[in-house]
Design a protein around this ligand. Structure first.
Ligand code: ATP
Ligand code: MG
Length: 324
């Protein structure tokens, strides 16, 4: 590692110890969000903790727990993300950030927020639409690798979501299979905005070290080599390319199946290696699409609108995730 640094004369920022894990608590600046016991979303409903009852746990994330919940009056099912009052301040900042972003967004490609609250005990909750099939990560574990037509469907919907976010000057910064949710209608939606950034000005730098390191673009690992004021939106495109490749291969593209990512291996592979490419058998269209996403130089990566007109995304406009 020291040798690598010396030779390249680079100044990579070393991560916290926790950065070596695929998922880790992420530092955020203090948010300006002020919370009250009940906040309103930009959607018409504002469901609070008194309106719902827990059914069971859906999963645990970094510091928070997600429950399947039922509305007491109309029996409608929702997902409730709860961060407890005694949790790490960092985790609390992330959920405030997530609430702030979800309140700004209104798109069929973004998980919808139906309300949020903070209890006197300090517990913070977000009531979200329930995505019956769970994450693309869990679908991959359960049903195996995706074929190209399914991936075309996934790519199109995630690109619509990213196009919406980027149009609102929001960078997601943590696109990966476990942050993309699927509902019973096979709609794919972007979730988890705890480390997202709202760009205040067009030329805002977006180089803070957040997001799951495995899906980080080269310029986020090594801003000195790849440009400090890089285009943060292009970082989401890199993460999308890796996500689609992972769903196709069945394992994280930079590593052989079963290998646990550690920070040094990932940094060497992402910053010094060639971008991963698809194996034989992949179509030319898919291969080209992935190349457009996984350009090491961020300025060469295609934008959401360019990718939405790529033949890989356009060729198959009908949803066909149905036989998952
Ligand atoms: P990380 O902390 O890295 O984001 P995570 O994505 O697994 O990890 P959470 O976002 O807290 O953590 O979600 C935990 C789990 O809850 C998810 O993996 C998913 O299975 C489930 N989940 C989250 N949101 C919903 C939802 N809206 N509908 C259905 N299930 C959900
Ligand atoms: Mg998540």
């Amino acid at each position: 590692m020291a040798l690598v640094r010396e030779r390249r004369q680079i100044n990579l920022r070393l991560p916290e110890l926790s950065d070596c894990r695929p998922r880790f608590p992420l530092p955020l600046p203090p948010t300006s969000t002020t919370t009250t016991t009940t906040t309103t979303s930009n959607n018409s409903s504002n469901i609070s903790c008194n309106d719902i009852e827990k059914i069971h746990v859906l999963g645990h994330g970094n510091g928070g727990t997600v429950y399947k919940v039922r509305h007491k009056r109309n029996s409608q099912i929702y997902a409730l993300k709860v961060v407890h009052g005694d949790s790490d301040p960092l985790v609390r900042r992330q959920i405030y950030r997530e609430i702030e972003i979800l309140r700004r967004t209104d798109s069929p490609y973004i998980v919808q927020c139906h309300g949020s609250y903070e209890k006197p005990s300090g517990d913070i909750g977000i009531v979200m639409e329930y995505m019956e099939l769970g994450t693309l990560d869990s679908i991959l574990q359960k049903y195996g690798a995706f074929d190209e037509s399914k991936l075309s469907h996934v790519a199109r919907q995630v690109l619509h979501g990213l196009s919406y976010l980027h149009g609102q000057k929001i960078i997601h910064r943590d696109i990966k299979p476990s942050n993309l949710l699927v509902n019973k209608d096979m709609e794919v939606k972007i979730a988890d905005f705890g480390v997202s950034k709202i760009m205040q000005r067009t030329l805002d730098a977006c180089n803070s070290y957040v997001g799951t390191c495995a899906y980080m673009s080269p310029e986020r690992f090594d801003p000195d080599t790849y440009g400090v004021n890089y285009d943060g939106y292009a970082g989401d495109i890199w993460s999308l390319g890796l996500t689609l490749m992972e769903l196709y291969l069945g394992h994280f593209p930079f590593l052989p199946p079963g290998q646990r990512p550690d920070w040094a291996t990932l940094m060497c592979a992402i910053c010094f290696g060639d971008p991963p490419s698809l194996p034989e058998g992949a179509s030319e269209e898919f291969r080209d699409f992935i190349q457009c996403c996984l350009q090491k130089e961020s300025s060469k990566r295609w934008t959401t609108s360019q990718l939405l007109s790529h033949p890989f995304v356009c060729k198959n406009p009908i949803s066909d995730l149905v036989d998952l």
